[in-house]
Design a protein around this ligand. Structure first.
Ligand code: B12
Ligand code: SF4
Ligand code: SF4
Length: 362
């Protein structure tokens, strides 16, 4: 029982107030409400897992019952407030990088959205609790066992595009999602229609064929998975398509017409860090653990430890050869005179690591 007894009209006002706070005060670009009923598209998750499309992301195969039903995520849940934060930079950002710049996915060239969004969801939860003291609520962002895109689509924030991303007519897919699951009953918003139509630009643009069908992504073939999530050596199937990708992949989003006309609406706490868009291969090849830790701290790049960063660097095609070039290791790194070794001597350079590996393989 709530301290205040809400009539349908009052809860509509409460929902409006929550959405206004999320957008006006917390910096989310979109906010909408859906029920906590299991999302219909959840059925695809089961087949996807059975086929092994999740690769080594074992956590996706755990808590499937929770992922399929928000009422297991929060017992007694009735509603989900879905929010989206834009990371679409103003035109001209980032500025052109050096000739041997590596590519870092746009979402990763800025503060880590997990922290940014979670912090604001906690504020949203407290805002709700101020109005409904008996309310239970639980925030979710990314790692939580929640089908975020399904819920966001049902809350009217956009539709699931053929590239499997949530696309919004105004903001494109340059958004990051979060949810506040609550036992407070709020009137749901209307789901958005599909606006992909006959377009298939994302499927055509995917360099590895990871989009095996519309809305069907085999993560084992996806460069975002290979460079960020996968722990062993880079899968040989994707290596020839790695190009200059150090972390993540945006090709199926860059190709989307909705993204080309998307409104730049990057939230201030997600403002990009220009140095992360201008990372040079040569410098990364020489970087040592403390420098890499300092450079990547507080950003999604922090998920890559030095060995995996070097693994990705090693898999790249030679600079300027384009993304379809064979993934022959680019062993052209030379010590950069502008980078001084740290006191106590340099750690092994990338080239040395590579040479050592080659010797081991022989
Ligand atoms: C695992 C994961 C990944 C994996 C797998 C991606 C995937 N599509 O599942 C990898 C590592 C590859 C990945 C990559 C990226 N990710 Co990711 N990822 C997730 C995570 C944690 C779970 C997604 C999930 O449940 N997958 C399970 C499968 C079954 O779902 P699905 O492929 O999306 O399929 C759905 C539909 O397409 C449909 N479907 C599936 N099969 C079929 C078949 C048919 C016939 C039909 C009709 C429909 C259908 O039903 C499914 C359920 O809704 C979510 C966060 C979350 N908790 O939801 C973030 C999330 C989806 N990722 C996000 C981002 C930003 C990315 C990248 C853009 C990062 C980058 N630049 O490198 C890329 C985008 C790649 C892409 N095209 O999706 C954002 C997306 C935001 C948005 N606007 O859409 C999320 C929501 C995180 C967040 N909180 O913002 N990601
Ligand atoms: S992120 Fe890259 S590799 Fe993965 S599906 Fe999209 S275009 Fe293909
Ligand atoms: S590129 Fe075309 S098919 Fe793919 S998500 Fe965008 S509109 Fe849909």
């Amino acid at each position: 029982m709530y301290a205040v007894r809400y009539t349908a009209r009052v809860s509509a006002e409460l929902a409006a107030e929550i959405k206004r706070f999320a957008v006006g005060e917390l910096g989310f670009a979109l906010a909408g409400v859906t029920s906590a009923e299991p999302p219909a598209g959840g059925r695809h998750l089961v087949g996807w897992l059975a086929e092994g499309c999740h690769g080594t992301m074992a956590y996706l195969a755990r808590n499937t019952d929770v992922r399929l039903d928000p009422r297991r995520f929060l017992p007694g849940a009735r509603s989900v407030v879905c929010v989206a934060m834009s990371y679409n930079d103003p035109p001209g950002t980032p500025p052109a990088g050096p000739d041997d710049a590596v590519s870092v996915a746009a979402y990763a060239r800025r503060p880590d959205y997990h922290r940014v969004i979670r912090k604001r969801l906690l504020r949203l939860g407290r805002f709700l609790a101020d109005r409904v003291p008996a309310a239970s609520w639980r925030p979710a962002v990314d790692a939580a066992p929640v089908l975020e895109k399904e819920l966001a689509a049902r809350a009217g924030l956009g539709w699931i595009g053929k590239n499997t991303c949530l696309v919004n007519r105004t903001l494109g897919s340059w958004t990051l999602l979060g949810e506040l699951v609550t036992d407070v009953e709020l009137p749901p918003d209307r789901p958005e229609n599909d606006h992909c139509g006959t377009c298939s630009a994302c499927l055509d643009a995917c360099p590895t064929g990871a989009l095996t069908a519309p809305r069907r992504l085999d993560a084992r073939r996806c460069l975002a998975y290979a460079t960020i999530e996968h722990r062993g050596p880079l899968p040989t199937a994707v290596l020839p398509s790695l190009g200059d990708r150090l972390f993540g992949c945006d090709s199926c989003q860059d190709a989307c017409p909705w993204n080309r006309r998307a409104r730049p609406a990057c939230a201030a706490p997600l403002a990009s860090r220009p140095q992360l868009a201008a990372l040079s291969r040569r410098q990364l090849g020489l970087i040592r653990a403390p420098e890499w830790a300092a450079l990547s701290a507080g950003t999604p790049l922090g998920r890559l430890d030095l060995p995996r960063m070097r693994r990705n660097l090693e898999g790249m095609a030679p600079p300027g050869s384009g993304s379809g070039a064979p993934g022959a290791p680019s062993l052209t790194f030379r010590p950069d005179p502008t980078i001084r070794p740290a006191p106590g001597g340099p750690e092994r350079s990338f080239a040395e690591v590579q040479a050592r590996r080659t010797n081991q393989e022989e």
